[in-house]
Design a protein around this ligand. Structure first.
Ligand code: ZN
Length: 207
């Protein structure tokens, strides 16, 4: 697997940084609330940020938008979630964490300037949930669509269980079995291993 920087937020979500061009340009996958460490990594390694791809609008993947100064790309069906984190924060944490509305720019996925990045719309966890595939590197960033041992919950705002099942049958099923999945929470794993070992994926692929 090519070198990928992984930071796990206090919210347990993963932020990934990769350098797909073998130069100093790096791309972020997801922007958790505590971006300090990933941004220090960028600084220490003298990298130039080429933008962030955000898998969906939940605060544990998007609240870092507030502290991010480069282009942000996401499926705009999730824009309302990303811009309004406070409601989710109140549900998810017992902390006193307060977050303002995000007023900065969010660009749609069509405007990603790198044509080698494949986007897969996989609604279910949220309406705009998206996986990002780096074909040349054999990597797929799935956010809260598919984890190593489970799948994303569908009982939150704009979640939909039937759409999740459709996404597994029509999107996940077409993932290259040799590629590595880097999920929004927990460890990475090969697609073929997940297809054999993840009971949710197994069930929905086979029924
Ligand atoms: Zn989520």
């Amino acid at each position: 697997m090519p070198e990928v920087y992984k930071f796990t937020s206090f919210t347990t979500s993963n932020c990934y940084i990769l350098r797909p061009f073998n130069n100093d340009i790096c791309i972020f996958i997801d922007l958790p609330p505590d971006l300090h460490e990933p941004l220090s990594y960028v600084k220490e390694n003298k990298l130039t940020i080429g933008g962030a791809l955000v898998t969906h609008g939940h605060f544990d993947h998007a609240l870092g938008m507030q502290d991010f100064e480069s282009s942000i790309y996401m499926n705009l069906e999730d824009e309302f979630l990303a811009r309004n984190p406070q409601e989710q924060l109140a549900m998810f944490t017992d902390s006193e964490l307060k977050a303002a509305q995000y007023e900065g720019d969010i660009s749609n996925l069509e405007s990603i300037p790198y044509d080698f990045i494949k986007t897969h719309h996989n609604p279910g966890h949220t309406a705009g949930s998206t996986s990002f595939e780096f074909t040349s590197l054999g990597l797929i960033f799935t956010g809260d669509f598919v984890f190593r041992d489970s799948i994303g919950r569908t009982d939150l705002k704009s979640g939909n269980n039937n759409k999740m099942i459709d996404s597994i049958k029509n999107v996940y099923s077409k993932f290259n079995p040799d590629y590595e999945i880097l999920p929004g929470h927990g460890p990475s794993e090969k697609v073929s291993t997940i297809s054999r070992g993840n009971i949710f994926i197994k069930e929905y692929l086979n029924d």
